[in-house]
Design a protein around this ligand. Structure first.
Ligand code: SF4
Ligand code: ZN
Ligand code: ZN
Length: 295
């Protein structure tokens, strides 16, 4: 089948090379506009990991003329994060985008792998991704102060998988935090998080990234153990082969039924009595993890 627009050979999603690039960038533009994610006046911190999604996001927002800074939290996962950081540094240098680097070791004194192993030896059963997610979200919020918004690279596939997982767990509270404007909403303590790639398929992001020859790591993180999510990913990808719109349909169903932009009224946020960062309880999750580590 030829390109829907010009009849040339198809690269991806029914478009030729140049119309595919326009198609992806237009989807990002439309998502930003439709959900009023941010404007050209906002200072945007783009949470970057060195993977394809966040690199593509940083590039497109920069190309569209937004005021972006990359912000990365290095969890110190051996060679994997070392290469990711080098890749990020080269992308940011090439496109002249500032990059703010934060490191687990400088902030907490240890790498993710060390924290996980010590906690395991003490009988705590946190997975690498749980520890990594909690610590990284905390650092991002802490170091993105001064920015108006944090943009993350979550894509259509991530959102559809997460919604199905929340249904399977009957977890309406977590499901309500999904969507193009995510987390607990806009408060003075939490910087709002948004997902401009909400409508872009993972396959499209990978194609866009390869087309631009971005130096990104397409391999999986060696600590990734979320077998539960991997099942949903496989199931949705298999299903999509016969029913191409399934991921869009899941996300549209979510947006038309559960999504709420005004999440702040549902969450009572105080301050952690140890570190002073925002927390729903007396002690934040990070301080609990660090206490368990030292106990
Ligand atoms: S896969 Fe898990 S451990 Fe690896 S970077 Fe992502 S959250 Fe961290
Ligand atoms: Zn074309
Ligand atoms: Zn704390």
């Amino acid at each position: 089948m030829p390109c829907k627009k010009c009849g040339k050979k198809i690269l991806c999603s029914d478009f030729c090379r140049s119309h595919f690039v326009d198609y992806v960038e237009n989807k990002v533009r439309k998502t930003i506009r439709k959900y009023k994610l941010f404007t050209k006046k906002d200072k945007i911190a783009v949470a970057v990991s060195g993977g394809k999604d966040s690199t593509v996001l940083l590039f497109i927002l920069h190309k569209l003329g937004y005021d972006v800074t990359g912000i990365t939290v290095d969890a110190k996962i051996g060679n994997y994060t070392k290469v990711n950081l080098e890749n990020l540094q080269s992308v940011c240098k090439k496109y002249e985008v500032p990059l703010k680097e934060i490191s687990f070791r400088e902030e907490f004194g240890y790498s993710l792998c060390y924290i996980r192993d010590v906690l395991k030896s003490k009988g705590y059963t946190y997975s690498s991704c749980t520890i990594c997610g909690v610590l990284r979200r905390y650092l991002l919020n802490k170091y993105a102060k001064g920015f108006d918004i944090i943009a993350t690279g979550h894509n259509l596939d991530d959102e559809a998988q997460a919604f199905l997982m929340n249904i399977f767990r009957n977890d309406l509270t977590v499901a309500r935090r999904q969507g193009p404007i995510s987390g607990v909403g806009k408060t003075k303590k939490f910087i709002r998080r948004v997902k401009p790639l909400f409508n872009v398929r993972e396959k499209e992001i990978e194609t866009y990234s390869k087309l631009h020859k971005f130096p990104v790591n397409y391999n999986e993180c060696p600590c990734s153990v979320d077998a539960y999510r991997k099942n949903f990913k496989k199931f949705l990808n298999d299903f999509e082969e016969k029913h191409p719109d399934v991921k869009y349909n899941i996300n549209n169903f979510f947006m038309n039924s559960i999504y709420t932009e005004n999440k702040e009224s549902k969450v009572n946020i105080g301050t952690c009595k140890i570190c002073g960062e925002p927390s729903a309880n007396d002690k934040c999750k990070v301080c609990i993890i660090l206490e368990n580590l030292k106990s």
